[in-house]
Ligand binder design. Structure first.
Ligand code: SF4
Length: 942
């Protein structure tokens, strides 16, 4: 257990009273206080209860007694102050109001990378002893221990963080927070400038990228031999067992690199596909001094590549493999924006934003990567300060930035420039295409590996879509100006206006006045723009069917009757004109500021974001026009209802086909592209995915395909059953969920929990969960339900660690769940995962397939569902020792002819079970059988 050194804690913080209470309702905001405790630690004395004598009869009297007994100079602390202080005020109306230092808020600031700020979680994470029982006395003691740890941490903060944090909380009512940091700031008055805290670590040498005239080809046989018995992998990994599929894949990737091919590789679970492509990629890069980009769809896979696969490969090859992870710009902290926010923007932030900014500030001096996702205390809260402190292309000062040598993004890019393997995600690869030459974050590259390629179409659809909504517009407008009571406004416009007034620098009085006039006009026009935006989106919402009907309406130029669309079009014209007026005001001010070179330099922290916002508003105007015209043949357009607080409605355009653009902008420009996943084929063929991803557009001789099965012994490891006695999931009577829930209760008793059920709709999940909770109330298996039991990560963690839990999840659980071992012994697929055709994109794509002469069902809907089912199915068997059953609770898989497509795409045959008792007997027998001994090794499953 950590304790603070008393000398590290300023005297003013060493006399403390911790308070904890219990209410008669789960929410202390509304409940009545039924138990109360206060524990005082005064200087070096051990903690002692602050208990009035005689013991008071009621909590109100106890609180009065505590207030009277507490030393007047003590700091009052409580964990999670808001609800506690409200409950205490209700306890003694009109009584003394206590200003508590909130240890939960202080923990967010002092330990910003923790993921949970509950007191028990903090006790665990900070090793403060056993998590407290939920009794006030234990909570008080834990709060005191936490306080000591917070003091210890604050004493270690580098200069001048305590001073900066004091300033950050000075204008707010957070007296205790201000006093806390001031106690540490006072102790050391002389402090370096904040920007000096950010080290200038030596940057890796820049690799001179010039396309070699002649590639040094790989020897595919030698690459494949790395995976053979007695090969380099076998020497590096104890228990490694050669898998012919892995060698074959490495061979195919090496050949694709040599020949500049588009290679599609389906590699079943357990092949070890990541090593099979990393080995040729690393060798290619070493031979040719040219980086290879590996793109994934999930963070988990990125972590696996960096933490597990690449170090193993480096050991096997006895060579250093330089790898770098690159995210999109907006993931990195921009030090210049952070300092600007602290210097100029303080008056601009509300209390919540200040708290998050404080967490970012503390984290910024400790992080090695600058990846804002590390700073949970800021990232986990919606509407945080992230946009005010992260990099944006148009706002970067580039080589002129005084902080460039310390810039996280710049350093990440330099690392990528020097790397052999650059790991990114599909969104980064695709947004780099849109950014064009020099505008992206990735270094120039010629060879690309797209892992989890079954998600590429969805990623490209998101990247190439256009959204017109208040969400995006509101963010831009709020950065410009937002009302702040009688004191005027917050945002870049009033900040710049105040700066011009106070310190115009080289600008003449006339120029200042003219600039202020433009800014004032832009601020006035902003009010008009808000009104126009509201009317425009409300007019769109009026075009939608009543709220009870489906929320989306597809639009197309030839179906938009002028009589029906007159009001929306008129509202659009007013909206666009209002936006143009704001842009004119910004352009006018920018012109004056940029006229004089020294003025341009002096006000650059304002002009760059203003210009970037003006550009974004111009793009927004183009988008509004594009979406509302709804003319493009290659797009699907629709509007969708939103709650009024989110702007009534939003409009979208999404590409019908992403393949042509992927081909033109990616495949045609790169030498070799490898697409890989465990689930690319449908009915044994890669034709569907080839077509959807535009690989078909390449010359046939440039395309290669390999389908490699899994080395797992599915018939030994797994049993797939379909209860045909259940009603069809689409019966619409609600009978399916009841019947499914009743069956699953019996099944899960036999599997002793250890089960995950995958649903295609949240409604069905909830109805089934209700039945299970009712019928399994006394069985003792935790039932974890998506939406009710915490975040996806928390649910998965609880599922893995409990070992007997039941998990019910929808779409996000169909892939990326990797539970090795007995904790997942039963997988249920509640319904064949056909897409819902109320989704405008899926509906329009199905129509398009039909228009091309193919059946929408066979040519689109079915293959999509087959790939998704295979993804879901793949959650069960993750290693050679895993065993389990799969229940596909949709009898259509055996009753319909198309069911054969699903069955043929699965690695085991699906047994129809017409009888409930027989099904349960099968399950019992499966789990009663001693598992046949698995083969000895179980290397990387990916
Ligand atoms: S180089 Fe650009 S992103 Fe980096 S700190 Fe400077 S302004 Fe920010």
């Amino acid at each position: 257990m950590s304790t603070s050194s008393p000398s590290a804690v300023p005297a003013s913080l060493r006399r403390v009273v911790a308070v904890a209470l219990k209410t008669d309702a789960p929410d202390p905001q509304t409940g009545r206080v039924v138990e109360l405790c206060a524990l005082a630690r005064l200087g070096d004395d051990p903690p002692a209860p602050l208990e009035p004598h005689p013991r008071p009869a009621s909590p109100a009297a106890a609180w009065e007694g505590i207030l009277a007994a507490a030393p007047p100079d003590a700091v009052w602390i409580v964990h999670d102050a808001d609800p506690a202080s409200r409950a205490l005020q209700r306890l003694a109306p009109g009584g003394r109001e206590v200003a508590f230092a909130d240890t939960a808020l202080l923990a967010r600031i002092c330990f910003p990378t923790l993921t949970d700020y509950d007191l028990p979680a903090l006790c665990r994470a900070l090793k403060l002893g056993a998590p407290p029982e939920p009794a006030p006395a234990a909570l008080c003691a834990a709060t005191l221990r936490l306080w000591s740890r917070l003091c210890q941490r604050a004493a270690q903060l580098p200069h001048p963080l305590p001073q900066e944090l004091t300033a950050l909380f000075s204008p707010t009512r957070d007296g205790p927070l201000r006093a806390f940091f001031r106690a540490f700031a006072d102790a050391r008055r002389a402090a370096p400038a904040l920007d000096e805290l950010y080290g200038k670590a030596a940057l890796p040498p820049r690799r001179q990228l010039a396309l070699p005239e002649v590639h040094a080809p790989l020897d595919p046989q030698s690459v494949a031999a790395l995976f053979a018995a007695g090969g380099a992998l076998a020497a590096a990994l104890r228990g490694y067992e050669p898998r012919p599929e892995q060698s074959a894949m490495a061979h195919a990737v090496a050949e694709a690199f040599n020949a500049g091919r588009l290679l599609l590789v389906e590699a079943g679970t357990g092949v070890g596909k990541s090593l099979a492509y990393l080995a040729p990629a690393a060798l290619w890069s070493a031979h040719n001094e040219w980086p290879v980009v590996v793109s994934t769809s999930t963070k988990n896979l990125q972590a696996q590549l960096i933490e597990k696969d690449l170090p193993l490969l480096a050991r096997a090859l006895r060579a250093e493999i330089k790898a770098a992870v690159l995210k999109g710009r907006r993931n990195y902290l921009c030090l210049r924006k952070l300092l600007f926010a602290l210097r100029h923007g303080l008056s601009d932030f509300d209390r919540a934003q200040r708290l998050r900014l404080a967490a970012v500030l503390v984290w910024s001096t400790a992080t090695a990567t600058g990846d804002i996702a590390e700073c949970w205390a800021a990232a986990a809260v919606a509407g945080g300060v992230n946009d005010d402190v992260t990099c944006a292309a148009g706002e970067c000062h580039g080589p002129r930035c005084a902080l460039r040598a310390r810039c996280f993004l710049h350093r990440a890019r330099r690392r990528a420039l020097a790397a052999d393997i650059v790991i990114a995600n599909h969104a980064v690869v695709l947004s780099d295409l849109a950014a064009g030459e020099g505008g992206g974050v990735l270094p120039d590259y010629r060879h690309l590996i797209l892992d989890e390629a079954h998600n590429l179409e969805a990623a490209a659809t998101a990247a190439f879509s256009v959204e017109v909504s208040v969400r995006h517009l509101g963010y831009l407008l709020h950065r410009l100006w937002r009302a702040a009571g009688r004191r005027g406004g917050h945002g870049l416009i009033p900040l710049l206006a105040r700066q011009l007034e106070r310190s115009p620098g080289p600008l003449s009085a006339e120029a200042c006045a003219a600039c202020s006039q433009f800014l004032g006009r832009a601020a006035t026009d902003l009010q008009t723009l808000w009104t126009a935006a509201d009317r425009f989106f409300a007019a769109l919402a009026e075009r939608l069917p009543p709220a009870a009907d489906r929320g989306a309406l597809r639009i197309r130029a030839d179906r938009m009757l002028p009589s029906e669309w007159h009001a929306a079009r008129a509202a659009k014209e007013t909206f666009v004109a209002a936006m143009a007026a704001v842009v004119r005001g910004l352009d006018g001010a920018l012109q004056i500021l940029n006229r004089d070179e020294s003025a341009a330099g002096r006000f650059e922290d304002f002009t760059l974001p203003l210009r970037a916002i003006a550009e974004e508003l111009r793009a927004f105007m183009t988008d509004v026009d594009f979406v509302l015209r709804a003319e493009g043949e290659d797009f699907v357009y629709w509007i969708e209802r939103l709650p009024p607080r989110f702007g009534h409605a939003a409009a979208w355009a999404a590409p019908l086909r992403v393949g042509p653009r992927l081909f033109d902008d990616l495949y045609a420009k790169k030498e070799a592209v490898v697409f890989t996943s465990a689930t690319l084929s449908v009915n044994g063929s890669l034709a569907y995915v080839r077509k959807r991803l535009g690989v078909d557009l390449a010359a046939p001789e440039r395309v290669a395909e390999v389908v490699l099965g899994s080395p797992f012994e599915y018939p030994r490891q797994c049993l797939a059953l379909t209860p045909t006695f259940l009603p069809e999931p689409d019966d619409g009577q609600g009978g399916y969920a009841e019947a499914l829930g009743c069956l699953l209760a019996d099944v899960f008793r036999r599997t002793r929990g250890r089960a995950m059920a995958l649903f295609t709709s949240y409604d069905m999940l909830q109805r089934t969960a209700a039945v299970l909770r009712r019928r399994m109330a006394d069985d003792g298996f935790p039932i974890l339900v998506q939406g009710d039991s915490g975040s996806r990560e928390a649910i998965l963690e609880a599922f893995k660690t409990n070992g007997a839990a039941i998990l019910l999840g929808t779409h996000s659980f169909w892939e990326g769940v990797d539970v090795i071992g007995e904790a997942l012994s039963c997988l249920v697929v509640a319904r064949l995962p056909f897409a819902v055709f109320t989704d405008p994109i899926m509906e329009a794509r199905a129509e398009q397939v039909e228009a091309e002469g193919e059946s929408a069902f066979m040519g689109f809907s079915l293959p999509n569902a087959v790939i998704k089912l295979r993804q879901g199915f793949g959650r069960l068997i993750r290693s050679r020792t895993d065993r389990g059953i799969v229940i596909i609770a949709d009898r259509r898989i055996v009753a319909k002819r198309y069911g054969q497509w699903f069955c043929r795409s699965l690695p085991v045959s699906v047994r129809p079970m017409p009888d409930r008792a027989e099904l349960l007997r099968c399950i019992e027998t499966f789990f009663a059988e001693a598992p046949a001994a698995p083969p000895p090794a179980d290397a990387a499953a990916g």
